[in-house]
Design a protein around this ligand. Structure first.
Ligand SMILES: NC(=O)c1ccc[n+]([C@@H]2O[C@H](COP(=O)([O-])OP(=O)(O)OC[C@H]3O[C@@H](n4cnc5c(N)ncnc54)[C@H](O)[C@@H]3O)[C@@H](O)[C@H]2O)c1
Length: 272
């Protein structure tokens, strides 16, 4: 019988979380550490990334920071090797780093469109490639594991002004399912799932609401916030910890039969 208390923890495990300098990634790194995992916090933002690792250590957890651009394959090889070297193992990779670019399709430059795909899709692809290689039998760790990819409700629904972002998050959704099927059918012992947050109160969400105002879609920030809250059946925005709790479940043994799933955490935004 499953020991549910233990199954929900990550004691003795090691995880790599990208984009963990702030926002959702920082909350996931903190949640994993609180659940007993050693965490490699990675990001392009060095000071804030070191800050996340420091906060975890001050709270009694185990964490290190590594500067890591998810679009660079050599840096991915280095990051995975660093996690295994520092912690002796790797059990979970969270592909959280992402960017958003708001622009109407008719106004979006091809450079901006490509950049969003580069970070949000190529970054996740490289995380899958090198994470699975390390965790699958014969890899640097080889004990199996879990990959959690951050998609969005924008990977499920079309949204005006978010074409590049929606395209990238839709790609993450099906890349996740392809990887999940491949890993399961090849018996690699690696589960792969996606999380689809609604509006979660972070820097990215604030920038998004500012842009809605800048585009003159609404007169001011308060109206923008009110409009998105009204579109959310629960009537409020989510917190990074709401996503961290979902990511913790997916990395834990409590989710040992969950792969290829899309876990929506959006206060009901996409349910209507
Ligand atoms: N906040 C939301 O409402 C929301 C909703 C749905 C999905 N998401 C997704 O959740 C994830 C986290 O979003 P957030 O709200 O915490 O955003 P955020 O902007 O607060 O944090 C994103 C982090 O990713 C890092 N990053 C960006 N490009 C990178 C790169 N090339 N290499 C490494 N790190 C890089 C940034 O430095 C930053 O620390 C993203 O994938 C985002 O698309 C967020």
């Amino acid at each position: 019988m499953m020991d549910y208390g233990k199954a929900n923890r990550l004691d003795g495990k090691a995880a790599l979380v990208t984009g963990a300098a702030r926002g959702i990634g920082a909350a996931i790194a903190e949640a994993y550490a609180q659940a007993g995992a050693a965490v490699l916090v990675t990001d392009v933002l060095e000071d804030a990334g070191r800050g996340t690792a420091e906060t975890i250590r001050k709270g009694g957890g185990k964490a290190e920071f590594l500067k890591h651009d998810v679009t660079d394959e050599r840096q991915w090889e280095g990051a995975v090797a660093e996690a295994v070297r520092k912690f002796g193992r790797l059990d979970a990779v969270v592909n959280n780093a992402g960017i958003e670019k708001m622009a109407r399709i008719t106004e979006c430059s091809v450079e901006d469109f490509r950049r969003v795909q580069e970070v949000n899709v190529v970054g996740v692809f490289l995380g899958l490639k090198h994470g699975i290689r390390a965790m699958a039998p014969g890899g640097a760790c080889g004990k199996g594991g879990s990959v959690v990819n951050l998609s969005s409700v924008a990977g499920l629904l079309g949204m005006a002004g978010l074409g590049a972002y929606c395209a990238s998050k839709g790609a993450v959704r099906l890349l996740t399912k392809s990887a999940a099927v491949e890993c399961a059918q090849m018996n690699l012992g690696v589960r792969v799932n996606s999380i689809h947050p609604g509006v979660i109160w972070t820097k990215m969400a604030e920038q998004f609401l500012d842009h809605v105002v800048a585009e003159k879609l609404v007169p001011d920030r308060a109206t923008a916030e009110g409009a998105f809250k009204t579109m959310t059946p629960m009537g409020r925005f989510g917190e990074p910890s709401d996503i961290a709790a979902a990511a913790l479940f997916l990395a834990s043994d409590a989710a040992k039969y969950v792969t290829g799933a899309e876990l929506v955490v959006d206060g009901g935004y996409s349910a209507i």
